[in-house]
Design a protein around this ligand. Structure first.
Ligand code: MRU
Length: 330
């Protein structure tokens, strides 16, 4: 396989490594992840995360196994295991189905994994270009979770659009939801924005409504883990509440996603499988626990935002209005 490098993934021609996102922003530790069994563990514990990136990472680890000389049956088993590592982000299934089809056709898995990586970079750039048509001059925007270079092989989805908007002088400030319970906004998005020199302010998720009410946010942009055929979409838990608040205060709300996140087999949001995670993640973080270890807790990792709350969906092929989605765009 050729050398590949993104913010959170590296292949030096011999070894595949991921940046352990559970340790950010304090430590930058790169872990070997060439073996699918190891990659599955990294995906499950969110050391590598974000819908497009887990698809790319899974494809690369399968390609590593093929390069190590594994037989077809072992590769198929590994592809099935990787495909099931997390249930909501459809990019993972999309990448594994692509790799399995190439395997069955006797094609080269390394070339296909490289193509998936390259395509993701290009899709991010395309979203970034189209996104520029959304902004007026000097906007403050709000985002949830992390949809940047740590969630993709490229500049990101929603955060990539925000980055290009800042570079074009259209975005002047970013409000970052901390994103309970695993703090992808506080730990990851704030880290990326600081590296890029983009002015930003961290807020707790419960503060967004005040900013929206006070006219301090002109636009909300978020990523997506799966877009259903009717335009409903799943994203990090908290996105739905944010969409309700944005609608209440008349602030435009845009999910941003590449076509690898669109699931044409999925009729609507009710059919999207939602990952349920360990309740312990709600009771504390790391060594710090703020609820009794026995307190019952609910921990869906994602929620579904209905298309009626979407102003427009930004795809790599352009901006699709709510009206077009509701009229059956897909
Ligand atoms: O559980 P995570 O951190 O993988 O969740 C990630 C998100 O919800 C992102 O917003 C989503 O993957 C789209 S970003 C490219």
């Amino acid at each position: 396989m050729r050398e590949l490098a993104s913010l959170a993934l590296r292949h030096d021609g011999r070894t595949l490594r991921i940046l352990d996102q559970t340790l950010l922003p304090d430590e930058e530790v790169w872990l070997e992840a060439g073996e699918p069994e190891v990659m599955i563990r990294h995906i499950r514990r969110l050391a590598v995360r974000g819908a497009p990136l887990i698809g790319v990472a899974a494809a690369l680890s399968l390609a590593c196994l093929a390069e190590a000389g594994a037989a077809g049956a072992a590769l198929k088993r590994a592809a099935a295991g990787l495909r099931a590592a997390r249930p909501t982000a459809v990019n993972l299934m999309w990448a594994m189905d692509r790799m399995t089809a190439v395997l069955e056709a006797g094609g080269a898995l390394a070339a296909e994994a490289e193509a998936i990586f390259d395509e993701d970079v290009a899709l991010c750039e395309a979203m970034g270009r189209h996104g520029l048509t959304l902004f007026g001059p000097g906007e403050a925007v709000l985002t949830h979770c992390n949809s940047g270079g740590l969630a993709t092989a490229g500049i990101g989805t929603a955060l990539g659009v925000i980055r290009r908007g800042f570079e074009a002088g259209l975005v002047r400030h970013v409000f970052v939801d901390e994103t309970r319970p695993l703090l992808q906004g506080a730990r990851l998005t704030a880290w990326e924005l600081a590296r890029q020199g983009i002015p930003h302010t961290l807020i707790t998720d419960s503060m967004a409504a005040i900013l929206l009410r006070d006219g301090r946010v002109q636009r909300v942009l978020v990523g997506a883990d799966r877009v259903a055929r009717n335009g409903d979409f799943a994203n990090k838990v908290g996105t739905y509440g944010l969409a309700v608040q944005a609608r209440h205060h008349g602030v435009p709300f845009h999910p941003v996603a590449p076509w690898s996140t669109v699931d044409l087999q999925c009729p609507d949001g009710a059919a999207i499988p939602i990952e349920q995670r360990d309740p312990a993640e709600v009771r504390g973080y790391g060594a710090c626990r703020w609820a009794a270890g026995t307190t019952p807790a609910y921990n869906p990792a994602f929620d579904v935002t209905p298309v009626e709350l979407v102003t427009s969906l930004l795809l790599d092929r352009g901006v699709v209005t709510r009206e077009a989605l509701e009229a059956g765009y897909f």
